[in-house]
Design a protein around this ligand. Structure first.
Ligand code: 2P0
Length: 354
């Protein structure tokens, strides 16, 4: 009848984030509680981001979701957990113009349709789950008039994917591991906003856009089960680096920032190699990029570019200025010349098959 005709929609856009002090390892798998704090930079929303539209209508008979236009299952525990946590906090929604009134109680029986698009390769180690779950939780919270602050929403996004909690804020963000067993204090906080250090330029070299072989979730589980080095990292190394990195960000101290970011990326990959069986996320091209940047940084008075690699071979480089970013691109094109048949809009270093 008439009452079934309305649809209420909310659209949100969330950028991905790149960790400069890495999260790797959980102390609680189902709540997604980490074994150490981490710090990230949230990218500019114009580049790597997820756009999600959530909608509700009395004519929907089940919760459904589409990713990049293809329907996907919502039955996974992580989706269900996020939906449940948000639904539990829903409030009344009223739109007088459209004649819509949804009470707190109605939300228990109404169904959702969710449509999400990534403007970058999914699961190629470019943190698509981070932007995805952050955007899902944020848009659902808006739709359902959830009155929690961003910190509390970050604890919900965390239960979708750990790194997602850091994408609710722009600029520099810390995910505090927390002490509680229920995860209530394992939340993200903003260290500095996007204007604080806006000379920095992030350049991502897509070394391969193929899907990675070892998912982060199983990779970090195997590391926690088999690596001795991870214990030293989580207990001794990261706590010190967190303090130093916060200081470097506050003072816009690029040499310290670059030193810490590169060292932490390298230790994360060392910990992967210390896993049994060993996990290799970087490839020869990744190693060559590290060589080029290290050589350049050593030939100058102080570092010009920081690099960091996540659970895949793609290089994320952070240049200290626009001028340095232009020189970096020149150097990359010199060392990794594109083929004549390479489409420059999707220039993939060392991987002609894409
Ligand atoms: C990070 N990564 O701090 C680290 C560095 C990859 C390397 O967070 O199991 O997708 O969903 O919590 O967040 C990737 O792991 O893993 C990640 P789950 P997630 O960005």
């Amino acid at each position: 009848g008439e009452s079934k005709k309305w649809v209420l929609l909310v659209t949100a856009q969330t950028p991905t984030n790149i960790a400069v002090i890495k999260y790797w390892g959980k102390r609680d798998e189902s709540l997604i509680l980490p074994i150490n704090d981490s710090i990230s930079v949230t990218l500019d929303p114009a580049h790597l981001c997820t756009t999600t539209t959530v909608s509700v209508s009395p004519s929907f008979d089940q919760d459904r979701m589409w990713l990049n236009g293809k329907e996907i299952s919502l039955s996974g525990g992580r989706f269900q957990r996020c939906l449940k946590e948000i639904r539990a906090r829903a409030s009344d929604v009223e739109d007088e113009k459209k004649g819509i009134k949804i009470t707190k109680k109605d939300w228990e029986n109404l169904h959702l349709h969710i449509s999400s698009y990534n403007n970058f390769p999914t699961a190629a180690g470019l943190a698509s789950s981070a932007a995805g779950f952050a955007c899902l939780v944020f848009s659902l919270a808006k739709l359902m008039n959830v009155k929690e602050d961003l910190g509390q929403l970050s604890a919900i996004a965390r239960q979708g994917s750990g790194s997602a909690c850091r994408s609710l804020y722009g600029g520099f963000v810390k995910w505090i591991m927390g002490k509680n067993d229920d995860g209530s204090d394992s939340i993200a906080v903003q260290l500095a906003d996007e204007k604080h250090w806006d000379e920095l330029v992030i350049v991502i070299a897509v070394v391969s856009s193929r899907q990675k072989e070892t998912s982060s979730t199983s990779g970090m589980r195997e590391t926690v089960e088999t690596s001795m080095l991870i214990k030293h990292r989580a207990k001794e190394v990261v706590p010190k680096r967190i303090v130093e990195m916060e200081e470097a960000i506050k003072n816009r101290d690029f040499p310290s920032f670059a030193h810490l970011a590169c060292a932490d990326s390298n230790q994360f990959h060392a910990v992967c190699m210390d896993t049994s069986p060993p996990i290799f996320y970087m490839n020869d091209t990744s190693h060559r990029i590290i060589g080029c940047v290290e050589k350049w940084n050593r030939s100058e008075e102080s570092p010009q570019v920081a690099y960091t690699f996540d659970a895949g071979p793609n290089a994320v480089m952070i240049a200290r200025s626009r001028k340095v970013a232009a020189l970096l691109l020149q150097r990359l094109l010199f060392h990794f010349p594109p083929n004549a048949d390479t489409d420059l809009n999707s220039y993939v270093i060392g991987d002609k098959s894409i």
